[in-house]
Design a protein around this ligand. Structure first.
Ligand code: G3P
Ligand code: MG
Length: 395
């Protein structure tokens, strides 16, 4: 048993990884979940096994740029969180910037979502405020505040074709946002004040996610963006007798978001391995690198540092997929479904600090249920440690 002890004593980086939901797992409205900072410190290496575990964040939330959101999260969690490890509901929608020229962006506070869309490269971004500034009668009971009026752009919307509606974040003004969205869905080519004969020539509508409820500081769950979709669909059907079919959903549990998250995780693991190797090969003059475990796909083995920098570069380049990705979430319909559906190596963990109510039957069954995120991290680290000992024992 000399060998296992030798490996455990060295600083290592895990072959497995974590992905975290945010609302209901790490934060809850303005509160930080008390166990969250310690959970992340453990993954950053503060643990008895001397292991560092790479992790990313996959939230359906949004309404701010990734940079701002990460700064806020870093402050609250006490560990650095970088945009390279961070996906919001609307992050994968940046790929639409090439496809559409003029888009209506809905949701969020003030100009924040317009700024997000510009940061993604969208060229011509319209907000509901711009439309209400053009013609306040579009929504009879809504008056723009002075700030909203001043920030909104002057423009003649009878001459603008809106090519897509992008719901980036929760609507703060359901009545006027719904009025505008409905009008555009039934319009002729996205021009305000027009109606298409069969109400089917309007632009498509994209939602950053589809969560019907979410968890805040209030004791009961609150309705969210998925509820707006239900409402818009019902209004459209009532108005037209047709089903709304030009709806595209991003966020968990959708496949585009899974593919996007997998890519972010691969890049982040490569970056983590690189910086970990750099740190340890320069700090520890007697270190050497053992790469055999790292080059075995699906192995429970972890990388032990014992070598040259060039070898570390090699690991980065030929890094196999994560042996297991532990996904910690609070919402069975989005988080657990997301983690269970696309890749067997993802291990879903449901926590009890958010949407899921203890004692109820989750609609999508997690592989593991834990009280909170700290328990989830400890569970996974112990499980992986046992796997590692088993593999070393049988080698
Ligand atoms: O509105 C839903 C959103 O806040 C959920 O965020 O982090 O639980 O995916 P998250
Ligand atoms: Mg959540």
């Amino acid at each position: 048993m000399e060998e296992p002890q030798h490996i455990i004593d060295k600083p290592r980086i895990a072959s497995y990884a974590f992905a975290f939901d945010i609302d209901g797992v790490l934060v809850k409205g303005s509160e930080t979940i008390p166990e969250a900072p310690e959970a992340l410190r453990i993954l950053n290496g503060d643990n008895k096994y001397n292991i560092t575990v790479p992790y990313i964040f996959v939230t359906n939330g949004g309404g701010k740029t990734e940079k701002l959101r990460c700064e806020d999260l870093s402050d609250r969690l006490g560990v650095p969180v970088l945009p390279e490890q961070f996906i919001q509901g609307h992050t994968p929608m940046k790929d639409l910037a090439e496809k559409f020229n003029t888009v209506l962006v809905v949701g969020g506070v003030g100009e924040a979502c317009r700024n997000v869309a510009h940061s993604y490269g969208f060229r011509d971004v319209v907000t509901p405020g711009d439309i209400l500034k053009w013609n306040p009668h579009v929504s009879p009971y809504r008056t723009l505040s002075e700030d909203e009026y001043n920030n909104s752009k002057e423009r003649d919307f009878s001459k603008v074709a809106i090519e897509a509606i992008l719901v980036f974040a929760d609507s703060r003004e359901w009545a006027s946002d719904q009025q505008i969205i409905l009008e555009l869905l039934m319009s002729k080519n996205g021009v305000m004040g027009t109606t298409s004969e069969n109400h089917d020539e309007g632009p498509p509508i994209y939602f950053a996610h589809n969560d019907f409820v979410w968890s805040t500081n209030y004791k009961l769950n609150r309705i969210g963006m998925g509820a707006l979709l239900v409402s818009i669909s019902a209004l459209y059907q009532e108005h037209t007798g047709r089903q709304l079919d030009k709806v595209i959903k991003f966020g968990k549990p959708n496949q585009e978001t899974f593919a996007y998250a997998s890519k972010v995780l691969t890049d982040w693991r490569q970056q983590s391995y690189g910086s970990f190797s750099d740190r340890h090969t320069t700090d520890e003059s007697d270190s050497a690198l053992t790469t055999t475990a790292a080059t075995t796909p699906n192995s429970a083995n972890n990388i032990v540092l014992e070598g040259e920098e060039s070898e570390a570069e090699e690991i980065k380049e030929y890094l196999p997929s994560a042996s297991t990705v532990y996904f910690v979430g609070d919402t069975p319909e989005s988080d657990i479904r997301f983690a269970n559906t696309f890749d067997k190596r993802w291990h879903s963990i449901l926590v009890k600090t958010g949407v899921y109510q203890d004692g109820t039957e989750p609609t999508f069954k997690p592989k593991t249920i834990c009280s909170n995120v700290l328990e989830a991290v400890k569970f996974a680290i112990e499980r992986e440690h046992l796997k590692e000992l088993e593999e070393m024992g049988s080698a």
